[in-house]
Each structure stands twice: as C-alpha cells, then as structure tokens.
Design a protein. Structure first.
Length: 222
C-alpha cells in the first residue's frame, strides 16, 4: 500500500515539476520523473534542458541497488544561472545530492546510470558522457570547497572541470575531484580517490589513493 502511494505521489509531483521548471514545449512530454521526497531549490534564472522527450526518460532520486540503503531524502539545487543538461535517458538513484553553483553546468549524456547516494558538487563544469555507469556512494566535486588561509592570506579556491568520457565505470565509494579526466572505457576501482588525473589513453583500470593507472587494455563486460 505504501509503495503504491509513493508511486502515485511521485507521478503527481513529477507532473508539477515538469511544468514548473521546463518550457511548456518540453514539459508537455513529461520527460522527467522525480521522487516526490526530493528537496528542490531551483533559481528562476537557472535552466534544466532535456533533449530526449520520451516520457520519464530522466529519472531523479529513483531506483538503485536494493541491498544498499539510501539517504532519507534527495536534494537538487540549481543556483543563479546554473544549467543541468540531459542528452538522453538517465537514471540517478535514491539519495542523490546534486548542487550546481552560480553559472555552473552539469552535462549528462545518454544511457547513464548513477546508483544510490551520489553527491555531485559542481561550481564550473562536470561532464558525464554516454553509457557511463556510476556505483553507489560516489562523489564528484570540481572545487576545493572551504576557504583556506595561509599566513593570513586566503588561498585562491581554483575550479577545474571534471570529464567522464564515454563508457566509464566508477565503482562504489569512488571520489573524483577537480581537474580529473577519465578516458573512454576506463574503470575506477572501489574506494579510489582520483585527484586531477588526466587520461588520454582509453580502457584503463585506475585504483588507489590517489588513483593511478594499474592496468591497460581493460574492457567492462556488460
């Protein structure tokens, strides 16, 4: 009974969300399905752009591995001038926390699956290309976060983009920090922390803290 009510509330809220935050020409297709428990804070100057008009092609705060517990609620924050762009079908699982700062941009490709409890903090640009698979409890952050002071002088907080190329797999509990470029077809092993690693050669296995290339010629079997 509770599951049925949750599904009904989610559909009702999704209809409201589409027509509130998307242009009418897009909203009428209802491309976004969002968990009704999601705490949403979207500035009127920000944009959500959906290129795939299929009904509920984009799912936010929904699904995920059953045996992994999720955070009590999901959040979606788009500040002034922020953009969130979906190029195709996408699932972002329960417990998501997505924060897009002023004038920043998140780009998500087609056929992207992100498991439960992802945290994405975007202050400039985070790009997730087609066919990427992201495990549970993953963190993507393109900024240092807090201010740092050295000898009474503030150290500049630099922003540096994150790029996940096509068919990348981030396993569970991975952290990807600013300036990282994960090459096409590459895999980041569970618990690794990638700090500014820039890969051009594809199909690498990355592991460790900080993450380094451990193997090449690796292919993920679907």
């Amino acid at each position: 009974m509770i599951d049925t009510l949750n599904k009904i509330f989610t559909v009702i809220y999704s209809i409201y969300f589409n027509f509130k935050y998307l242009p009418f020409s897009t909203a009428k297709y209802l491309p976004i399905k969002i968990n009704y428990k999601t705490r949403v804070k979207i500035d009127k100057t920000s944009r959500i752009v959906v290129k795939d008009y299929r009904r509920f092609s984009v799912k936010l705060g929904l699904q995920g591995t059953p045996f992994v517990s999720d955070n009590s609620s999901s959040t979606l924050t788009l500040n002034k001038g922020a953009t969130m762009l979906f190029y195709g079908g996408c699932v972002i699982g329960q417990g998501q926390n997505i924060y897009v700062d002023n004038n920043a941009k998140i780009v998500i490709g087609n056929n992207v699956y992100i498991n439960k409890n992802v945290l994405i903090q975007c202050t400039n640009l985070i790009s997730i290309s087609d066919d990427c698979l992201i495990g549970w409890n993953v963190r993507l952050r393109d900024t240092d976060g807090h201010r740092l002071i050295r000898n009474d002088i503030e150290i500049e907080r630099k922003k540096s983009n994150i790029y996940l190329r096509k068919n990348v797999w981030l396993a569970a509990d991975v952290i990807v920090l600013k300036g990282s470029v994960i090459s096409e077809g590459s895999i980041v092993a569970t618990g690794s922390i990638v700090v500014g690693l820039k890969l051009e050669k594809g199909n690498c296995l990355i592991a460790g803290i900080p993450g380094r290339v451990k193997r090449t010629g690796i292919t993920l079997e679907n």
